[in-house]
Design a binder for this molecule. Sequence first.
Ligand SMILES: C[S@@+](CC[C@H](N)C(=O)[O-])C[C@H]1O[C@@H](n2cnc3c(N)ncnc32)[C@H](O)[C@@H]1O
Length: 318
Amino acid sequence: MNSLIPWVGGKGKLLWLIHKLAPSSYERFIDVFGGGGTVTLNHPLQHGCIEIYNDYNSNLTNLFCCVKNRTMALLKELGFLPLNSRDDFNVLFKFFSKDEFDDDYMKEELELTEVFLPPPEAEAIKKLMLERAPRGDVRRAADYFKLIRYSFSGGGKSFAGKPCDIRCFFHLIWKCARRFASVVVENKDFEDLIRQYDRKNAWIYCDPPYYEAEDCYQVEFPKEDHQRLHDVLLTCQGRVMVSYNYCSYICELYKEFYIYRTKRPNSMSQKADSEYEEVIITNYDPEQCAAQLNMFRMVCGAHDGEDIPYELIHTPEK
Ligand SMILES: C[S@@+](CC[C@H](N)C(=O)[O-])C[C@H]1O[C@@H](n2cnc3c(N)ncnc32)[C@H](O)[C@@H]1O
């Protein structure tokens, strides 16, 4: 299933390997760094399995909560003035950068209304806007959805510069609402979340900000957090899987785990055929525990009909 929103570091191109190396049985699935939700949305539905989506970015979790619980209200809100221009983006960007609703925001929205609409309509819309001024969760979710959809590569930082009719995504919102109907949405720091939900029968999937790319997100992830994540994962009773960029720091940090290496097309690069090396790390031996893996150490998996090699590059001593 396509993601609700584009998200930096989204795992769409790695799903095939995540599923291949997944444990064969578990009763709770925990997507610790859920981001755009690709992994949860594509997690195979299993009878009796609890699913948890988490992210520390509260705008994002508010969006997923509204998609799940306030679907109609969100669609209505998105249908209200679906403008798309650099000005519209700038207003939303300013609001989410400051993370507060102030008079400047409203002043700009009212001015924009005058720019876009002829006087009688502008007056009517301005009146409506003033009545709706208190920003509820739904309105916040709609604004955040637009900010991400209007921005370059979903980064939320710069205007994509191309037309985007928000109403084209309504079908995705419906699909996502249905898929998230039984998913628990959490907004916690990874350590608290893992300690709360870890059990013997859990599959804990972690896709943290990549090493030396921590500043791509709207929440901070200081360098020490890579160590903090490793340390909490080392104590887990459940099956753990972590995705990272391939680099010596991460391979050294996770030496007590199994490490698989693969590559994927680098969508952020301007160069043709540019590839990005990734690792998938597990605290279990996928050759023993995964449903779909055969006994070959250097194998290929298919993504979009293309064979992509992956390789076990490290086995723990114990
Ligand atoms: C690589 S992205 C996850 C992408 C996601 N797997 C997808 O397919 O869209 C990393 C996510 O970690 C979140 N994050 C950063 N610090 C966190 C923390 N301390 N606890 C939980 N989530 C955090 C960021 O907001 C970001 O969405």
